[in-house]
Design a protein around this ligand. Structure first.
Ligand SMILES: [Mg+2]
Length: 425
């Protein structure tokens, strides 16, 4: 038995999640907008067939979308994140190793019974995911990561493969590799593909067969690895994703530029509360906080500022983190700057199982335990009733700068109040 690499990818993931919570839009055109309802960042296959391009500003296409009766949704990352973690959990059970690559992509490994095609295995996994999560996926199977990526591309592009392709059992891969343009090969960036094209290399087969010395000279070990992977020699192993996160980042763009400390403080507090509740959800503690802000990246006098502060005793306590981050916010704020974005990063995360004991008086331990219970209760209430049901006073002020999300799908898989009510006679 030999090890094979799988590349698994959710099809039109954001659009599929939206369709999952609102089946009435199934079969109709759908686009999802970026933060602040700015640009189109996802579309389903129906919208693609109707000629709606990716990345275009929403206001430019508003009329066209209306005319074509295409549904529009604001991005709902809470929903996508929840569906993603369900998907990854199911994949983890079905693969030997799993590397989570992005919100909707993972590499996995399984053993291949002697020269057996894994098409049927893939078909079963695909059905299992659809039945349990409700999301269509594509599965590419190959000897290496680069080949499994190509396989996934073929699974999507070639008919009759129903979202699964196993290039590992194909002896003569040439016709398939000829079909893959060189800039579609995983790891080949824009600059590298321009260079390759200038050398007459246009597809994956030509890249595999070109002189290794030539690649080595120009791109060193990085280029050689890609070429070797195309030849079927595993060079880029699957790195199992640890369940423990290394850092948590929460950042948002504002609906309009802000220029006063009070509003920046409100935003930072809100992000600290989201980040610290994530931390507690994963049973982790943090020992450093970074707060940052910036003006519009395209503005002439672009301004960016960030400061990191140390937390002496690792914690997940919202109250402690708010206090530290407000001190840091004072340092990043500069008057007369039109700030368009801010965020918080919690780093140096560690498991709360190995909590450093407080060496101080009994009273501090008591207070810490009391605080822990309070945070826990707040999390429980917010988890079942919505994020801002109960919160710290400083975060409850009306927030006009909050990102625009006018068309958010209300049904979230995580909120009890969003579950539809069904009346039966
Ligand atoms: Mg995808």
């Amino acid at each position: 038995m030999s090890k094979v690499i799988l590349q698994i990818d959710g099809n039109n993931f954001y659009a599929s999640c939206e369709q999952l919570v609102d089946p009435s839009i199934k079969g109709k055109g759908l686009v999802v907008l970026s933060n602040n309802d700015g640009c189109i960042i996802a579309r389903n296959s129906e919208a693609r067939k109707m000629g709606i391009p990716m990345g275009q500003p929403y206001f430019k296409l508003k009329n066209k979308l209306n005319q074509l009766n295409i549904n529009v949704r604001s991005s709902n990352y809470e929903l996508y994140g929840d569906i993603s973690s369900r998907l990854m959990q199911l994949l983890r059970i079905n693969c030997e190793e799993l590397e989570i690559y992005s919100i909707d992509e993972a590499f996995g490994t399984i053993k291949r019974p002697k020269e057996k095609c894994l098409y049927q295995w893939g078909k079963n996994l695909r059905a299992l995911v659809y039945q349990n999560i409700g999301i269509p996926i594509s599965i590419g199977i190959g000897e290496t990561k680069v080949l499994s990526k190509i396989s996934n591309h073929l699974a999507k592009k070639t008919q009759n493969n129903s979202g699964i392709f196993d290039i590992g059992v194909i002896e003569n891969k040439d016709p398939y590799l000829n079909f893959i343009k060189v800039d579609k090969v995983w790891g080949i960036g824009k600059r590298m593909s321009t260079w390759l094209k200038s050398k007459g290399i246009t597809n994956a087969r030509e890249l595999r067969d070109m002189s290794s010395n030539q690649i080595k000279e120009k791109y060193g070990v990085v280029g050689i690895r890609i070429q070797n992977e195309l030849k079927g020699n595993l060079c880029i192993p699957v790195k199992e994703t640890s369940l423990d996160r290394k850092e948590i980042c929460v950042s948002r763009s504002f609906s309009y530029p802000i220029d006063n400390l009070e509003e920046l403080n409100q935003a930072i507090i809100k992000y600290v509360l989201i980040a610290s509740s994530k931390l507690r959800k994963h049973n982790q503690l943090s020992s450093a906080i970074t707060v940052f802000t910036n003006t519009n990246i395209h503005s002439k006098d672009f301004f960016k500022s960030e400061v990191t502060g140390k937390i002496n005793v690792p914690t997940s306590d919202s109250r402690v983190m708010i206090k530290i981050s407000l001190e840091l916010t004072q340092k990043i704020f500069k008057p007369y700057r039109r700030l368009t974005k801010a965020g918080v990063i919690l780093h140096k995360l560690q498991s709360n199982q190995y909590k450093q004991k407080l060496l101080f008086e009994q009273q501090f331990i008591k207070e810490a335990l009391h605080q822990e219970r309070l945070n826990h209760v707040i999390d429980q209430i917010n988890n079942s009733n919505g994020r801002d049901t109960i919160n710290w006073g400083s975060s409850m002020i009306e927030k006009e700068w909050s990102p625009r999300r006018k068309k958010t799908s209300m049904i979230k898989t995580t909120h009890i109040e969003s579950i539809p009510t069904i009346y039966a006679k």
